[in-house]
Design a binder for this molecule. Structure first.
Ligand code: HEC
Length: 192
């Protein structure tokens, strides 16, 4: 009769242990990298270098390093208006992202420890506390604002007509989620 070798059992146990570990504790860096690729890379680029004058760098960003709240707020409420990153001025707009506290913590932990950055980890509790005092105090409030009109539709439908103008009504009813058209014109100059 064929008997399974002890190695067979050992490898099975190892596999089970790995599975249990993965299910219980997803690696925040791996999760953060995935979120970065899904939501951020389009503007901030693969090595976090951004695009000079339009999208600020995350790699070695003094703005990101200066205050732990800076990164959290930029994701949970968006960021627009004049800022200076590594001596260069920006005056663009980044929309907020519908990501939960764990996801925001993961993507920030990833960018704060990538491309030469040496910031420590951001926790989900910290994100929750900062979010509470932000423009959208809960993820539900942000979701409700975002659901009013999906951002890409607002940008692309109007952009194809050659004129991009957000209705003041949409802007008001979304709770101020959508930014004035001048910001989008600056962000997507080729499309407008
Ligand atoms: C549509 C383009 C776009 C996307 C997508 C985007 N950003 Fe931004 N981001 C910007 C712009 C533009 C600014 C600067 C805003 C300003 O000038 O006030 C910015 C600023 C920032 C800043 C602060 C400035 C700095 O360089 O340190 C951080 C941190 C940041 N973004 C992180 C992220 C993260 C994390 C994601 C993904 C969850 C993301 N961004 C997705 C366009 C974008």
């Amino acid at each position: 009769m064929l008997r399974p070798s002890p190695a067979f059992f050992t490898s099975g146990l190892l596999w089970l242990a790995t599975l249990a570990l993965t299910a219980a504790e997803p690696d925040p860096l791996a999760q953060g990298r995935l979120i970065y690729l899904q939501h951020c890379v389009i503007c901030h680029q693969a090595a976090g270098q951004g695009s000079p004058g339009t999208f600020p760098p995350l790699a070695k960003s003094d703005y990101l390093a200066a205050d732990r709240k800076n990164g959290i707020l930029s994701i949970v409420q968006g960021l627009s208006g004049p800022i200076t990153v590594n001596g260069q001025n920006y005056n663009g707009a980044m929309p907020p992202f519908v990501l939960d506290d764990v996801q925001v913590a993961a993507v920030l932990t990833y960018i704060r420890s990538s491309w030469g950055n040496t910031g420590d980890a951001i926790t989900a509790d910290e994100v929750r506390d900062v979010r509470k005092k932000s423009r959208f105090p809960t993820l539900e409030k942000l979701k409700a604002a975002a659901a009013y009109l999906p951002l890409p539709a607002a940008v692309w439908t109007r952009a194809t007509k050659g004129v991009f103008q957000l209705d003041a009504d949409y802007y008001a009813r979304s709770g101020g989620l959508f930014l004035p058209s001048a910001h989008y014109e600056a962000m997507f100059p080729a499309r407008v």
